[in-house]
Design a protein around this ligand. Structure first.
Ligand code: SAH
Ligand code: SF4
Length: 430
């Protein structure tokens, strides 16, 4: 989501001021840091990065430094109190106002903060898709979150759930397809909470998926992130019905313990999640599954942690992200004593990551001997290599000509590494 926002910020600045990307920060007139505050560490990194950027600003008076994203939203003017050389602070819902903010700083030589959460759609103010695009693109379909999981800062920084209209989404998709894109990833904090209207009739996420899948030129469709409580049967069935919908799904569960799921306010049980996974696999037997896990949530016992480990063993994930719990300002969990000792958190995280890593290795190995359709995404690291992704989102390296960039090719998998695969292109004799 931040990648999408950053690309839009760039387009806005290009359109308003003709700014171009430079390779080195010391050559920039404007530096915008897009930030994340979902975990403690990400936030600390912002201030150390700002310290480095300030050195460049000293050598280049007039350089404008802006901090956007969720840290900007959450900290507001406190950022400028701690780092007075920051000219602009803005939030995820106000970056369309960047040209005005830059103008104010230049004209009035003042510092500005804009962390409003206007109800209006910032999307109406973003530049239309233009120019040539790569083969893959993101399209934001909804923003914000109404779930209020007790540990999570997102509802406070990104605001309530707001969905774009189906027309606006389809229009952006059509423009991207016309510009050469063949793979679209629909984005949102909870894409399956998407709800809008068309001709006075409710239009939900599954309907949107069907509508996007039908667009001419679209070869691959993905979405992220979705929440288990809004994973209904129609949506799961879409994996069986829509050939464009790629067989991979990120479905965060956080923990396998019912007590902790309840404490986190996730709104479902361990069994609900396992049932969903079974249904998904009925509809799409080869679906690659990934999840997010938090260890060391307040009150997590050894038994709770064991429940998470057993859920992982039961499901077998293809990829995953896992974190130690860290209290976030303003969240309900912040008021509960963070009682799992740091050492215990670290030990649990290691045990969990070892298991997940073992599953990644196993599932990667199982790919050997299969032939996969791969979208060629970039030049690989080894001489003569190109790199791409399979339908189920695995990275593959293989020898191929750079002219195949952006194309779909068949690749036979011959070797599995820790996180990626090696293959050979299957050349069809004609
Ligand atoms: N909307 C998505 C995830 C958004 S945040 C969902 O509901 O699943 C991405 C991930 O960051 C979360 O899934 C969670 O695993 C992690 N995370 C969020 N807050 C955290 C915290 N306070 N401590 C540790 N990890 C956290
Ligand atoms: Fe955060 Fe929960 Fe919303 Fe995901 S669903 S963004 S974890 S509050």
């Amino acid at each position: 989501m931040n990648e999408y926002d950053s690309s839009k910020m760039l387009e806005i600045m290009q359109e308003a001021y003709g700014l171009k990307l430079v390779a080195l920060p010391q050559d920039a007139d404007v530096i915008l840091l897009n930030t994340c505050s979902v975990r403690e560490k990400a936030e600390e990194k912002v201030f150390s990065e700002l310290g480095r950027l300030n050195k460049h600003k000293q050598n280049r008076p007039g350089m404008i430094i802006g901090v956007g994203g969720c840290v900007g939203q959450q900290e507001g003017k406190r950022i400028q109190q701690r780092a007075p050389y920051v000219d602009i602070v803005f939030g995820p819902q106000t970056y369309h106002r960047l040209p005005e903010l830059v103008k104010t700083v230049r004209r009035d030589r003042v510092k500005v903060v804009d962390t409003e959460m206007p109800e209006i759609e910032k999307f109406d103010h973003l530049p239309a898709v233009s120019g040539k695009k790569g083969s893959s693109a993101f399209v934001t379909i909804m923003e914000g979150c109404d779930k209020f999981c007790t540990f999570c800062i997102v509802p406070y920084t990104r605001g309530p759930e707001i969905s774009r209209s189906p027309e606006a989404v389809l229009e952006e998709c059509r423009a991207l397809l016309a510009a050469g894109v063949i793979e679209i990833t629909l984005l949102g904090q909870n894409v399956n909470a998407y709800v809008s209207e068309q001709d006075n009739v409710e239009f939900d996420f599954t309907m949107l998926l069907h509508a996007v899948a039908e667009l001419e030129g679209l070869k691959r469709l993905r979405f992220t992130t979705s929440h288990p409580i809004e994973m209904n049967d129609d949506l799961m069935e879409a994996f069986a019905i829509l050939p464009q919908l790629m067989p991979s799904l990120h479905l965060p569960v956080q923990t396998g313990s019912d007590a902790i799921l309840k404490a986190m306010h996730r709104g479902h049980t361990r069994q609900d999640y396992l049932d969903q996974i079974a249904t998904l696999r009925d509809f799409c037997p080869d679906i690659a599954l990934s999840s997010d896990f938090i260890v060391g949530y307040p009150g997590e016992t050894d038994e709770d942690f064991e429940q998470t480990m057993s859920l992982i063993r039961e499901v077998r994930f293809d990829f995953s992200f896992s974190f130690k719990y860290s209290p976030r300002p303003g969240t309900p969990a912040q008021d509960i004593v963070d009682d799992v000792p740091e050492l215990v958190k670290s030990a649990r995280l290691k045990e969990l990551q070892d298991l997940l890593q073992e599953q990644v290795r196993e599932t990667m190995k199982e790919q050997i001997g299969t032939t996969k359709q791969v979208l060629v995404e970039c030049v690989g690291r080894r001489e003569g290599d190109m790199q791409g992704r399979t339908d189920d989102f695995r990275i593959v390296h293989f020898q191929a000509k750079p002219r195949l960039l952006g194309q779909l090719v068949d690749v036979r998998i011959i070797e599995a590494y820790g996180q990626s695969l090696r293959g050979e292109m299957v050349v069809v004799d004609s």
